[in-house]
Design a protein around this ligand. Structure first.
Ligand SMILES: Nc1ncnc2c1ncn2[C@@H]1O[C@H](COP(=O)(O)OP(=O)(O)O)[C@@H](O)[C@H]1O
Ligand SMILES: [Mg+2]
Length: 265
């Protein structure tokens, strides 16, 4: 079953700039789905459209449909969606720097019954022992990697059904990214949480994703099972930096070029 379906989504900023141009994707329940693409492709916009956070940025869904758990969403408040189990971890680790680690985690739990707090906290500390060690410290003093852990831990406290992660690897060393992705995978396996993972780091994301979508310029240009995309020659050339040199072209350019060549040849 698909927990989320995005159908022909169009999003416009400031009433003029068309950023998503008919984007469609499916997120099966219980899996990890990756949404990949270069900077500016529209990945964060897609997540914000799903979680209802577009309005705060003067963005609007002008066409298309979002179906979550069999129900059309997109008009309700973000808080309503959180109560329905959709939780987004924003790009850039937006934690509360002036609050302690444990207070930040408490903020994630505001939609949950009180009696859940202690066991959920224990669970988060089990996933992130480093947060337990630093639980009384101010979040602002954590390292970048620990802040990302805290942002994800805070999302775990909300007990999401669909976890939206926006570039958790941004600015972190590869080993740390691997550690965090392993934890996300464990969380997915053990708690059955569905994950939609947005990344520029295609290799890392595809290493844990069941299925991946690649987007360019507001549209999906390619999709397939994670391991298949990892081994795909075009993906290797354009998104994993394994190329034979030459200028940087986008996947769409090449697709068009090939189509033209087929035509002429
Ligand atoms: N609040 C906004 N107002 C106007 N344009 C925006 C806004 N947010 C993003 N954009 C534009 O939308 C495009 C896609 O941005 P974004 O979704 O952030 O891409 P990505 O997350 O893939 O880097 C970019 O061209 C960006 O400049
Ligand atoms: Mg982004």
């Amino acid at each position: 079953m698909n927990l989320l379906e995005v159908r022909n989504l169009e999003v416009v900023y400031n009433d003029v700039v068309l950023v998503l141009k008919g984007l469609s994707l499916k997120v099966p329940e219980g899996g990890i789905t990756a949404l990949l693409g270069a900077n500016g492709a529209g990945k964060s916009t897609t997540l914000k459209a799903i979680s209802g956070l577009l309005a705060g940025e003067n963005g609007k869904v002008t066409s298309g449909e979002l179906v979550y758990a069999g129900e059309t969403v997109g008009r309700g408040s973000p808080e309503k969606l959180v109560r329905k189990g959709v939780f987004q971890v924003m790009e850039g680790r937006r934690i509360f720097e002036d609050l302690g680690v444990e207070e930040n985690l408490r903020c994630g739990a505001y939609t949950r019954p009180r009696k859940e707090f202690a066991p959920n906290l224990e669970k988060v500390y089990d996933y992130f022992p480093r947060l337990k060690e630093r639980r009384t410290q101010l979040a602002g003093y954590l390292s970048g990697g620990e802040q990302q852990m805290l942002a994800i831990g805070r999302a775990m406290m909300a007990r999401p059904r669909l976890l939206l992660l926006d570039e958790p690897s941004l600015g972190l060393a590869p080993l740390l990214v691997e550690e965090i992705f392993e934890i996300v995978k464990r969380f997915n396996r053990e708690e059955g949480v569905t994950v939609l993972l947005v990344e520029q780091n295609a290799r890392m994301a595809l290493s844990i994703a069941d299925y991946g979508y690649i987007m360019e310029n507001g549209r999906i240009v390619m999709d397939g099972p994670g391991p298949e995309l990892l081994n795909n020659a075009d993906v290797q050339e354009f998104y994993l930096g394994i190329s034979n040199g030459g200028e940087k072209r986008s996947y769409r350019d090449v697709k068009h070029y090939r189509r033209r060549k087929r035509w002429l040849g």
